[in-house]
Ligand binder design. Structure first.
Ligand code: SIN
Length: 491
């Protein structure tokens, strides 16, 4: 089997992968491997925005740092928090240079004590993704391989040498000097999620198999307000709705957040999701922004206004909207240092797939696009220092033997996947118990035994194996943390 060659292999095409590619492409050849199209990512679905202090408004870095650490229940790495938050103005400026335009006003989200979220109406992620893709497409040193499922990292003596991937029913190998995992989140491990179908924890599973360390995997953030309808992934009702005055109502039509947290409807996400979880025991919970005029809502939240109407025939300006918490973000991930480096030589991880210490036990809203972009730049700087002599793109090939084969018969994995999602939702979801986690672990290990053999791969097998592997990592981490902290809620 022939393998291709690139200086930098980036797996994933969200904000962190794209920023990293753009930051390296002037001096190196970069290949982006993406599971669907270059437009498919969690970034593109982001509504809220990028948190960043604008001192002219009276805000301070100290306040953003305090809010991040308070939301994260002091489980954060303080040096990382300080560094990322102080880097926000520069990264926002850089995004502007790449063509990203934010609205002139700043918005508010839960846990923030100041308006500091830079947004583009309610489609901030799409604005960012589209601008970055435009910049990427005009760069001759960046090659994009779409519909390519990364199978595993190629490693030798604890060093990462590239990756195997599946495209058009053929197994390929690509060799790289440096490999960057920017594979996003894990929402698809759960029955209810806001994450797209691609969020199957592939990077974490591959890194784990290659010997990389993971940390804080138990801290799964559940977004409090996903639209409750039959769609999955659930459509997000941005926290900025509450920032602009929306309130939560219980089944009796009563406001309830103040009974759980003095910060009320704008408490950090873990507190709000946990309160909703309890209120849901007595009936449905709703989001109410009927105080705002239709004309204003249509202008400020056009996507949300339209999608809610299309899906439910309800109008944000007239009706209260049924909501549910849904798996939204992994606060932990592959352990990285302050430059995105993992403990496997030649392997970096950035964005949601990485643990940097920023989020602690619960991420502050709109800190994740910020983290993705900041660490992509830091990783690019470190990689640039590491690569002394750039090789020429795709001119060198290696011969390698693939350890994988594509099965001739189809495997039926839909049921296994649904079973994992149910187990995780029920036992490793918003509320957890020792006995529930034990049951989940027992069942997950049983499922592992009935999966196809190691070498056997196709797109569905790759994802299902990864989902299962990451589910086990989450339950293991949750079992080790006996007491509640942030989004890990034990009873
Ligand atoms: C939201 O708009 O509520 C999501 C923002 C985020 O996840 O940070």
């Amino acid at each position: 089997m022939q393998s291709e060659q690139t200086d930098i292999l980036i797996i994933g095409s969200g904000i962190s992968g794209l920023v990293c590619a753009l930051s390296l492409a002037d001096t190196s050849t970069v290949t982006i491997l993406t599971k669907k199209s270059i437009h498919d990512s969690t970034t593109i679905m982001a509504q809220g925005g990028v948190a960043g202090v604008v001192t002219e408004t009276g805000d301070t870095f100290l306040s953003h740092i305090d809010d991040t650490i308070r939301a994260g229940e002091k489980h954060n790495t303080n040096a990382t928090v300080r560094e990322v938050i102080r880097s926000a103005p520069a990264i926002i400026k850089q995004l502007n240079i790449w063509g990203v335009t934010f609205d002139p006003d700043l918005t508010l989200e839960g846990g923030h004590s100041h308006r500091r979220v830079h947004h583009s109406k309610d489609t901030t992620g799409e604005t960012i993704q589209n601008a970055l893709i435009k910049a990427i497409k005009s760069h001759k040193n960046i090659r994009i391989i779409t519909t390519a499922h990364a199978i595993d990292l190629i490693t030798k003596q604890k060093k990462c040498l590239g990756a195997y991937y599946l495209k058009d029913k053929t197994i390929h190998a690509i060799r790289s000097t440096v490999t960057v995992l920017a594979t996003g989140g894990i929402g698809q491990l759960y029955r209810h999620t806001t994450n797209p179908s691609i969020s199957t924890g592939d990077g974490i599973a591959m890194a784990h198999r290659a010997g990389a360390m993971t940390k804080d995997m138990e801290f799964i953030q559940f977004h409090p307000t996903a639209l409750l309808d039959r769609h999955n992934p659930h459509f997000l009702l941005s926290e900025s709705l509450r920032g602009e005055g929306a309130i939560l109502l219980n089944s009796k039509g009563k406001k309830f957040m103040q009974d759980y947290d003095a910060r009320g409807d704008l408490a950090p996400r873990d507190k709000v999701s946990q309160a909703i979880f309890l209120e849901q025991k007595n009936g449905p919970v709703f989001l109410d922004i009927t105080d705002q005029k239709a004309s204003w809502l249509k202008k400020r939240f056009p996507r949300i206004y339209q999608t809610v109407f299309t899906r439910t025939k309800k109008s944000l300006s007239k009706d209260i909207i049924p909501i549910t918490p849904a798996a939204h973000y992994l606060c932990g991930g592959i352990v990285t240092d302050r430059t995105g480096k993992t403990n496997v030589k030649g392997l970096y991880a950035i964005g949601e797939t990485a643990w940097t210490g920023l989020h602690g036990a619960n991420r502050l809203a709109s800190n994740s696009l910020l983290e993705g972009a900041v660490f992509a730049r830091k990783a690019a700087d470190a990689i640039q220092r590491q690569i002394s002599k750039p090789t020429t793109r795709q001119t060198q090939t290696f011969t390698t033997t693939s350890p994988f084969s594509i099965p001739s018969q189809p495997y039926r994995l839909k049921k296994i996947r649904a079973k994992i999602q149910d187990l995780m939702w029920t036992h490793a979801g918003i509320q957890r118990s020792e006995s529930g986690l034990k049951k989940a672990m027992f069942e997950l290990k049983r499922l592992k035994n009935i999966l196809p053999p190691e070498h056997c791969i196709n797109a569905e097998i790759i994802e299902t194996k990864n989902i299962l592997e990451v589910a086990i990592l989450i339950v293991q981490a949750a079992q080790q943390r006996k007491k509640s902290l942030g989004c890990h809620w034990m009873v």
